[in-house]
Design a protein around this ligand. Structure first.
Ligand SMILES: [Zn+2]
Ligand SMILES: [Zn+2]
Length: 156
């Protein structure tokens, strides 16, 4: 493992890849949560391993994070903790109009920026209908009481 502390590009999620060198690269740290502009994202960590080949590099990405979401049934805010793993490929891009396909990260001037792929992982993890817990009882359709906290008696 090389000493990667020197010569690092700006931004914690921008990773320098030397394809000619071919040495595996490993990097971990805190997610720069403010850079994602994702509502409710509190904090998180990442751990990335890159294995460069001649023209592309395998990426293995692990992230964990905490995000405040609103329950779609009871409308209360709650903290969701997630741990996700994803594989991707870093590909050298000389063209200006590089289509960033799913699972492909463009490498420009030897730099792979992981911000977008991590942002997508976090957004997809939210799901269509977040629930504070699997058996959330939701709100009473008659009086609006949060049935997780109180039995309102409307059903009687
Ligand atoms: Zn709920
Ligand atoms: Zn009720």
């Amino acid at each position: 493992m090389k000493d990667m502390s020197r010569n690092q590009p700006e931004g914690v999620l921008r990773v320098k890849i030397d394809f000619a060198d071919g040495m595996p690269i490993e990097k971990k740290g805190n997610l720069p949560v403010e850079e994602f502009h994702i509502k409710g994202l509190k904090k998180g960590e990442f751990h990335v391993k890159l294995s460069p080949g001649r023209k592309s590099a395998e990426i293995l990405l692990k992230i964990s994070f905490e995000r405040e979401l609103t329950c779609s049934r009871c409308l209360e805010g709650f903290i969701k903790r997630s741990e996700l793993t994803e594989g991707a490929e870093a590909v050298i891009s000389d063209k200006e109009s590089f289509e960033e396909d799913e699972g492909i990260v463009a490498v420009k001037d030897k730099i792979a920026d992981l911000t977008d792929i991590i942002r997508d992982m976090i957004i997809i993890d939210e799901g269509m209908k977040p629930l504070c817990r699997d058996d959330c009882k939701g709100l009473c359709p008659k009086c609006g009481e949060n049935l997780n906290i109180n039995e309102c008696g409307c059903a009687d």
